[in-house]
Design a protein around this ligand. Structure first.
Ligand SMILES: [Ca+2]
Ligand SMILES: [Ca+2]
Length: 538
């Protein structure tokens, strides 16, 4: 094609602008991995507005016998678990009377102000029905399948004395959890079925966890984070809406056998505030609003502090994985987007792991320069697997699924998944699942930062002079670009198609440009050969 100088200069200027816009995913530098001891953000605790809804909101029925004061008020089971307690006996042994609720000291007596009772003791035949502030749902995104948590005042006995001055790094377990099991039942409440009465909870559908788990058992409440590095308490609260990985129960029971510190156990809680976790799956209920606690039939003398609905994890959180989780539903770790949309960002399914490890999924907010891809980032995550109480690298194998934006309607051929290789981004071979709109990498033995990008056609600069139309746009290496034209948005005519081997600017003259209004687009897709290659690797 031939053009006069003025037009060529103008077109170049348009193309440079267009290219700058097309390569707009530019925001250095990289963020550090948010894993490690300070990895838990614990967003939903303490002073967060509406947090009280996640706990027991009302006692709709209570019948004793309960314990002697201050263990006699059934309403002590409402609200958040206790974080501190006042011990009137401390003066006898010269200790600090106000102490933190922790693995080795459960909630007892009253709160620090000596005005609030903390826990309720259940005698023989005692029962309390609690309405949760919000429904607890059997949500597949919940960690380890657990949907609600009951907090008691169980604790782990230690070798030697335990108080707030104890060095928890040096304090060792002296055996399994001190438990006083209580029976737990759940109900969706009144659903209007024949025979049901809205004001009589006895007429509703109930499910009892006859064979456990039981309340006031593992895991003891841990209210604050212990700073293992500096051997001091942190005032950072633990997360009462995040369960402890239930397979760690056996691990803790055998802990004293192989020298296990309280600090180790807190690290294994991975930011959770403890409590006994319950899965709604076995109940057949999709969601429940009521929890009943009962003493009796050999189960009595136990205490209840609180009941909580579980929150799904999101980007910025971490979860633990243990060899005993592998092959079960609990090995599927789900992290939602951290924008409140409730959409899943990434699912990590562990196929193998050799030790108990922490799996973190941090949002990747400051994206590095992408030289060769123009498009919209749908998922940007920094994934990591790290040891918790062991040393050395964790051996594992994981299938990782990156979920597209829910608005994505493509067939996967305009997606690119990039993995960070230390100094550059590398395009990864993936499998696209149209049903769940997600791409999966299988058999990963290490994790890194990932970007799932929907490639967009470039912006087109149009230069028109007399009856000539010249179109300019940038192209990316290795992708098939197809320039098309329409006048009615029903049919598109292909003007030009190519798979460039390097990124560059392309100019195409439309020799058949119609006299009427015309529209142009450039479609970008993976090449047929590459599609076939991916098919073979599936
Ligand atoms: Ca569940
Ligand atoms: Ca107890």
């Amino acid at each position: 094609m031939c053009m006069n100088d003025r037009m060529a200069r103008w077109l170049m200027w348009m193309l440079v602008r267009c290219l700058a816009a097309a390569l707009c995913i530019v925001k250095p530098p990289l963020v550090a991995n948010a894993g490690g001891e300070s990895g838990q953000t614990n967003a939903l605790v303490g002073s967060v507005p509406g947090i009280e809804d996640w706990f027991g909101a009302e006692v709709i029925y209570a019948e004793g016998p309960f314990g002697p004061a201050p263990y006699d008020d059934p309403e002590s089971v409402l609200g958040m678990p206790a974080t501190e307690f006042y011990d009137p006996l401390a003066e006898l042994w010269g200790g600090a009377p106000v102490r933190r609720v922790k693995l080795v000291e459960g909630a007892c007596y009253t709160d620090a102000t000596r005005t609030q009772k903390l826990v309720t003791t259940f005698g023989d035949g005692a029962s309390v029905v609690i309405r949760l502030g919000r429904a607890a749902r059997d949500d597949p995104a919940h960690p380890y399948g657990i949907d609600f948590i009951v907090f008691g005042n169980a604790f782990f006995p230690t070798i030697g004395f335990a108080d707030d001055n104890s060095d928890l790094n040096a304090l060792m377990f002296a055996g399994g959890c001190f438990c006083e099991p209580l029976k737990v039942s759940v109900s969706p409440g009144y659903v209007g079925r024949p025979g049901q009465n809205a004001t009589d909870w006895r007429t509703w559908d109930w499910y009892t966890y006859e064979n456990g788990p039981y309340a006031d058992c593992a895991f003891p409440t841990q209210a604050y984070w212990w700073d293992r590095t500096n051997r001091v308490w942190s005032d950072r609260p633990m997360d009462f809406l995040k369960p402890v990985n239930p397979v760690l129960g056996d691990f803790f029971e055998s802990a004293s056998a192989f020298g296990f510190s309280v600090a180790d156990a807190i690290a294994l809680y991975d930011g959770s505030g403890g409590g006994t976790g319950f899965d709604l799956k076995e109940t057949g209920f999709d969601e429940i609003r009521y929890v009943k606690i009962e003493g009796g039939a050999g189960m009595l003398g136990g205490e209840i502090d609180a009941v909580a609905a579980v929150r799904p994890m999101e980007l910025g959180d971490s979860l633990t994985i243990a060899p005993a989780n592998v092959g079960k539903e609990a090995a599927k770790l789900v992290f939602l987007k951290n924008d409140g949309s409730g959409e899943t960002a990434v699912t990590i399914e562990m196929k193998f792991v050799d030790v108990v490890a922490r799996v973190s999924a941090a949002p990747l907010e400051d994206l590095p320069v992408l030289q060769s891809i123009a498009g919209e980032v749908m998922t940007a995550v920094d994934l990591a697997v790290a040891p918790i109480i062991s040393t050395g690298p964790v051996l594992f194998e994981a299938d990782v699924t990156f979920h597209c934006d829910s608005r994505y309607s493509g067939g996967g051929d305009d997606l690119v998944l990039l993995g960070w290789a230390g100094s550059t981004w590398v395009s990864m071979d993936f499998k696209f699942d149209a049903l769940v709109r997600a791409v999966t990498l299988k058999g990963l033995k290490e994790l890194t930062r990932y970007l799932l990008v929907q490639v967009r056609g470039p912006r087109i600069a149009v230069a028109r002079q007399a009856d000539r139309v010249v179109l300019g746009f940038p192209v990316m290496a290795g992708w098939v670009h197809t320039l098309e034209r329409t006048t009615d948005f029903r049919g598109w005519d292909v003007l030009w198609s190519a798979r460039p081997t390097e990124a560059k600017l392309v100019m195409v003259e439309d020799l058949m440009a119609p006299g009427t209004l015309a529209f142009y687009r450039v479609r970008v897709a993976r090449s047929v050969e590459e599609q076939n290659r991916l098919e073979e690797t599936k």
